[in-house]
Write a protein that binds this ligand. Sequence first.
Ligand code: BGC
Length: 712
Amino acid sequence: MNSKRITSNNIIKSMTLKEKIGQMTQLAPNLYNQHSEAVVYGALRNLNLDEKKIYTAGSILGIGSPTEMINLQKQYLKNSTHQVPLVFMADVIHGYKTIFPVPIALASSFNVDVARTAARISAVEAYTSGIHVVFSPMCDLTRDPRWGRVVEGFGEDVYLTGEMSKAMVEGYTNYGKLGKDAVACCIKHFAGYGAAEGGRDYNTVDMSRLSLFRDYLPAYKKALDGGADFIMTSFNTLDGIPSTINSFLLKDVLRDKWGSKAITIADYDALNQVINHGAAESQEEAALKGIEAGLDIEMASSVYMNKLESWVEKNVVSEEKINQVVSRLIDFKIKLGLFENPYSGADKEREELVSLSEEHLKMSKDTALESVVLLENNGVLPLKKDSKIALIGPFTKTRNFIGPWAWKGKHDIHSSLEEVFEESIIVVSDKNRFEDLTEEEISLIRQADVCLMALGEEDYLSGEAHSRSDISLPNNQEEFYKSIKKISKAVIPLIFGGRPLLLNGLKNADAMMMCWFLGSQSSEAIHDLIFGIKNPSGKLPMSFPRNVGQIPVYYNHFNTGRPYYEGQVEMYVSKYLDVKNTPLYPFGYGLSYSKFEYSNLKVSKERITDKDELIVSVIVSNKSDVLGGEAVQLYIRDYVSNVVRPVQELKSIKKIWLDANESKVVEFTLNIENLSYYNYQGNLTCESGKFAVMVGTSSVNTLNKEFHLVVE
Ligand code: BGC
């Protein structure tokens, strides 16, 4: 086709109604080729589609390789009655072949550049296989560590989740410059999916409009502002209506309030599942509710393909409405340049060249180094070069640290902990129980200067459909730790997993690191941190509870009418009888080998108006002789408001690096937007009054100042 004449209008005019509706369906490649190399994570159902219909589909979910993409596109264009190429979309969550830390770990870097880089490199690699759109980032706020998908998100804070999501979109899309080495984004899951009751996946979500607008929606909005082209609906209901057919979400919020033109797509089979929800009696009804609510594409179901046409024939749905949706989809294909080159990106040679390249692996290691959170350290870390190490626990010999949702990542090509610590190890064992250790192993553990215990959850214990009601360390690893603690000179648990875990029993460890799943360079990064070749700088993006009964426990809660203060003896206050209110490890917490001190917190004015900016400055000093990274965190509190505000709200982070004994002035600028809140209507509002600004090393360790805002 001559590029000048390619407009969605012209293309749509040449298409039949059936062909247009086909564009609104996304199918798995397995329907075209039984032997597809692609991995599909939902159950493949019989979709009741004939050959003719599958050659009208608009996009493909997952593709195994560049060759497979080229072949499928060719096969499709040969068999389809129109010449509108397929778009290929896939779950690239934290890397394509070079695997980066899982998103909850990326969030722990408290550094958006780290997330952006991870996305950038993932895009460069994914692009070579002909993937045009990635289903990432997941912008769902998560306050319940029982939910398996906390591993895919950025934790409990609205600001951090939003900033990380936006940075990833910028990285994938190369700041919107789609084309070579960039992919478009489908952000997910709209909306509130992270608030599934009891942390059980796919469960009901029931929340106030206030919490929805204030806590849950801003991250999706930021990601859209960052340039996401697609938005995926979530599996849950909201206000009793499945998100997939929820016109409040898809129209009132997305289109009207936010003015977004992003293409909406159902999650896997979710349009069909509205029948299970009890929101439609049949696929016919689901199709009607989907189109009326503003759902553009269905994924892995055939509700639109099989049932939408009849509504147009009956004049219940206008063809014009279908045209509007399809023009959005075709415009996107034009933007990708697919009509000029339907195979764009797919390039086997380049895939081999760039994937897992030295440069990409180095980037993966750099991100891993910033993603580890040092939870405890009595001075045992960093280890001296000549330390004799006992390395024990279930994660010592495995090479699989890539974590869930890394279907193109290989589990066995990276290094194990045993391999990277080889020169210092005097005993290694991957046994899971003290009773299974031999006399000789026990004796060597006693002799070692330190025992590194690689513990935690296997990758299959988190992720989609992998919720747990008990988030303690599996297989009684806590008991194992306690036995080792009795015999070893110093014990350092290295904790792997996709969620905050219960670590009370390990709090007396000599040192402890939360390693999450760090990706392709996990072992190398841990090695460098343990020996102090690098300095840990990660901070927790989610509170670690003391027990499951405390959940949800998050730092930005309300004060309540009967707040409890540490040490208070009053009975009728908001507390438990059997556990503290505070988490074991709070949001924003993480240690370093450097010793950072904060001083001289200043605000530029004691009274500002809504037109002013407030400059907040603090001196951060590294009072140690090692270079270190520190995520300087700024929180605010609005003391009095018509709608009560949380006791603390994170508003800014500056990650800085300080040389030994170096000091820096760190400056933040606050404006009316930072001080405002979203009300029930989803509008930013602010009232005059007293505020606190808190700057520090974690949510519980800050210097505080007050100022007044006057809204004129
Ligand atoms: C997940 C999505 C994913 C989709 C496609 C669904 O089951 O919820 O996050 O993008 O499958 O694989």
